[in-house]
Design a protein. Structure first.
Length: 271
């Protein structure tokens, strides 16, 4: 919206009769985007926060994810997987992780090639020892919008139902269900050890869903007209009662917009 930090979110509404139209879903602010990237809440002068809580937050470990700072820094290019690496990882995920063999909108299972295309576009994030301590990659009970795959080193996984910490190493997958479930909450806490160089691949839900349900832009206006006619055209005859007489409305093809979508005839006359 101009030079402001606001953006309107639209969606195409195809339900009901009439032409498809853009429906406003809500407003996204720049603060919302930054908070999602950093996986942490931003406090500004308009937020009320207890002074002691603020002090503890400043003295404790970083509450943001240091590995994603390159997203905000234009001088640091994003690191991506090479094509052979993406293909090898895709082969492993399709065989061992059911989420990556999900059926798409056309009823076809995801193939290794399609999964490799998704992985090749995802960012590789480094968590170096000199940047420790790091924030939690995943937190128990918090909603997440991405899946994590460990590429180097290992992460510590803690469950609220156990006091033990488990190490998850190479190609371990975390929060895979978040790729399908918008409201998915992590049931474990995943942390980066301070003495280990860890490298993870972030698979965003948005990219995964874009592969399952690709958006097709239509430039031919006749396609939209046919779609509108399909919406308006009923599948079966409809019978209505007019006083003491039954009238059957039978659908017919529309020749132009001036014609009604039904032809009517009386059941009394047809007897």
């Amino acid at each position: 919206m101009g030079r402001t930090h606001l953006a309107l979110v639209h969606d195409v509404n195809n339900s009901g009769p009439g032409d498809p139209f853009y429906e406003t879903k809500g407003i996204v602010t720049l603060e919302d985007i930054v908070e999602d990237i950093l996986q942490s809440e931003i406090y500004d002068e308009s937020d009320a926060i207890d002074a002691e809580t603020n002090r503890k937050n400043r003295l404790s470990h970083r509450s943001y994810d240091t590995g994603v700072l390159h997203v905000l820094d234009g001088t640091s290019p994003a690191k991506l997987l090479a094509k052979p690496e993406a293909e090898a990882l895709a082969k492993h995920l399709v065989v061992n992780e059911p989420i990556f063999s999900t059926v798409d909108a056309h009823g076809d299972k995801l193939t290794e090639a399609r999964v490799a295309d998704i992985l090749a576009k995802c960012q590789v994030v480094d968590y170096r020892i000199e940047d420790a301590p790091h924030g939690d990659l995943l937190s128990d009970g918090k909603v997440t919008s991405y899946c994590l795959v460990v590429l180097l080193g290992h992460v510590d996984v803690t469950s609220p139902h156990s006091t033990e910490t488990t190490e998850a190493g190479l190609w371990s997958v975390h929060a895979a269900n978040s790729l399908l479930d918008v409201d998915f909450e992590s049931d474990v806490t995943v942390q980066v050890p301070n003495d280990v160089h860890v490298q993870v691949l972030r698979v965003p839900r948005l990219d995964f869903q874009a592969t399952l349900y690709p958006m097709r832009l239509v430039e031919d206006p006749t396609v939209l007209v046919e779609r509108r006619l399909d919406i308006q055209r009923p599948a079966n005859d409809q019978v209505i009662q007019v006083r003491d007489e039954e009238v059957v409305l039978t659908p017919r093809l529309l020749q132009d917009e001036s014609h009604a979508p039904y032809e009517a005839y009386s059941t009394r006359n047809s007897m």
